[in-house]
Design a protein. Structure first.
Length: 322
């Protein structure tokens, strides 16, 4: 049977960065894999970040959002049927940061998928820079994803992990579990806390065999209810020298909202500038493929206020924000 892994994590936690490392290791070990981006959004920038993996041993697929939950579920199942018929060694699913865990389990228990797939690992990425108190909706997502995981993988650690920080993160996750009336409590044995640049082969073997837990909890929100929003700013052409200051200004202005992440791609002379920014750091890299869009993720995001930053610099007359 084909192993299927699920990489979860709330908005901006670092799922795609982890997936790049994990998938690369699978490929280097000789596995034939498929990566399925399962997104509720209408535009999926994370697919651009994964293009470097595409090749003979790695296929990239995406489920586009922009539809209702039932339609999205049907698309997910149809895509898995297609992948199941191709006999990959492993399929890795990266869902949106807003995800209903029941969708994953329910679909895999349907025929014929239950004859083709077995769950390998559910890995939940948790941001070491996560705020002590998230919005109620984000706290729910943190708890519901951790409830079923085989391992918590802490992101954005630099050097040796600080034991007090790791314990603080673990306490936060357990409070989120308690809030959704889940009996599970995570311990240090359930956590991988190290600088991702220092992952070893033993770590990757652990990720590939982490398993999962079938925990129960109270379902406080559905994906359609969650308003920690994702906004799309499309058809943007901004001078290269203005990009990083523009992003810093948007993060700094509280009237733009409580922003977790800005990602996307903008046209430059030799192709595209890929952007992946948090409040702490902005990363850019030139890539061959892209589409002119910035995606802003956060709570109480003011699209109109961000428009005021983008429009004066933008030279594309087809600009639109949604």
């Amino acid at each position: 049977m084909t192993k299927i892994d699920l990489i979860t994590g709330i908005l901006g936690s670092g799922k795609t960065t982890f997936l790049l490392k994990y998938a690369r290791n699978c490929i280097d070990r000789g596995e034939n894999i498929a990566i399925l981006e399962n997104d509720f959004g209408a535009v999926n920038i994370d697919m651009l970040m994964l293009q470097e993996l595409k090749g003979e041993r790695c296929r990239l697929e995406m489920i586009a959002g922009g539809c209702d939950a039932d339609c999205h579920r049907r698309r997910f199942k149809t895509q898995l049927i297609s992948l199941g018929m191709q006999h990959f060694d492993r399929v890795i699913v990266e869902p949106s940061g807003i995800f209903d865990m029941d969708e994953f389990f329910d679909i895999l228990h349907d025929s014929p998928l239950d004859n083709w797939f077995e769950i390998g690992s559910i890995l939940t990425i948790v941001d070491s820079e996560m705020e002590e108190q998230l919005s109620p909706q984000m706290e729910y997502l943190l708890g519901s994803e951790a409830a079923c995981c085989g391992k918590i993988v802490i992101s954005k650690l630099r050097g040796e992990a600080d034991s007090e920080l790791v314990q603080s993160i673990l306490d936060h996750v357990n409070r989120a579990l308690e809030d959704i009336r889940c009996d599970r409590r995570l311990t240090l044995r359930d956590v991988v806390a190290k600088d991702w640049e220092s992952f070893t082969e033993d770590d990757y073997r652990l990720f590939g065999s982490a398993g999962y837990r079938g925990s129960s909890y109270v379902k406080k929100f559905s994906p359609e209810d969650i308003e920690s929003s994702v906004h799309y700013f499309m058809h943007i052409a901004v001078p290269r020298e203005c990009v990083e200051q523009l992003i810093a200004d948007i993060f700094a202005d509280e009237s733009c909202g409580r922003i977790f992440r800005i990602k996307g791609a903008l046209p430059v002379d030799n192709g595209w500038l890929k952007i992946n920014a948090t409040r702490e750091k902005t990363e850019t890299a030139e890539v061959a493929e892209g589409q002119p869009v910035l995606i802003v993720i956060g709570d109480n995001v003011s699209r109109e206020r961000i428009d005021e930053y983008l429009k004066p610099l933008n030279t594309d007359s087809d600009y639109v924000s949604i």
